[in-house]
Design a protein around this ligand. Sequence first.
Ligand code: ADP
Ligand code: TRP
Length: 340
Amino acid sequence: MSNKNNFVNRVLSGVQPTGGLHLGNYLGAIKNFVPLQEKYESLFCVVDLHAITVWQEPAELISKKCEVAAAFIASGIDPKKSLIFNQSQVPEHSQLAWILNCVARMGWLNRMTQFKDKAGKNKENVSVGLFAYPILMASDIMIYKATHVPVGDDQKQHLELCRDIVLKFNNDFQKEIFPLPEPIILKGAARVMSLRDGLKKMSKSDVSEYSRIMLTDTNDIIAKKIKKAKTDAMPIPNKIKELDGMPEASNLLSIYAACEDQELSIAFKKYQGKNFSDLKSDLTEVLIKTISPIREEMSKLTDDSNYLQEILDSGSQRARIIASEVLKEVYDVTGLSSKV
Ligand code: ADP
Ligand code: TRP
């Protein structure tokens, strides 16, 4: 199958091996990868080169990479259908990234809000890599000529930057080498919010462990975290429009709906006018039903490091076949080829 410019339809996404995976990573990204592999050629990448834009203990980085690969498989990504691999094992990502550094403009990167959030007041002292991060992400996508990129809502701006780089590259070298990648951002749980503050994104970096549910949490811990989850001052309203001013109810209902593969309006109907305690006890059940099989499968997989190693090695070998061809095309068109 190919899109209108004769590019093969191809999905690529990446997840960083930093600090364990939470419900936001699962509902916002990984869960959505699974049906895509049935329709498109798919590549899912453990982006360790992105992880080192902030300090990572080397020994821990290795085990975190295994955890992400295990989470992919435990969530339903089938290594026979999709490629699962480590970014650093396909050196073409970094090689293309350098060339893209020379295509992208400083002004474009200066607008990236994630850099501003992550660097905060420490702007002078963060790594250069953290600033250039979105260019490496564009390279991850472009090195496979990926046409579709499933991500959470927070990555929208990075995807727009990637599209700008594609347009400028194709225009600079007067050849349509790269397709314009389309983001796939699902409405439901594209932004899972913190359980301690429904106005803040659920994130690995939040100081409170009670702000997030991890894919490794036991059933007891899940129950405890939902019990403690912040609620709004008023019970769940009778009209769905009134959810607008109720970030906690919106978040808990959205999580419920996403786990149950329902529209928010269906979940809302079930709980309208009810107390938070009704919603919380059902939500706990639904979360346990969603997470416990993944947690158990992840634990089996991380115990079998030989199996994970085989999947990752075979994934990177197959990925390199595509990536090296694209890099060659780029070298040819940019005058970097070995021919003189
Ligand atoms: P994090 O953003 O937690 O540091 P990653 O950068 O590795 O993790 O993100 C992996 C994927 O998970 C991305 O597609 C990102 O958009 C998605 N994601 C992260 N946090 C959330 C969230 N709170 N809600 C929805 N999706 C999220
Ligand atoms: N930047 C993404 C994030 O923080 C992770 C990522 C790296 C990615 N490379 C990618 C996502 C390529 C999609 C495609 O979540």
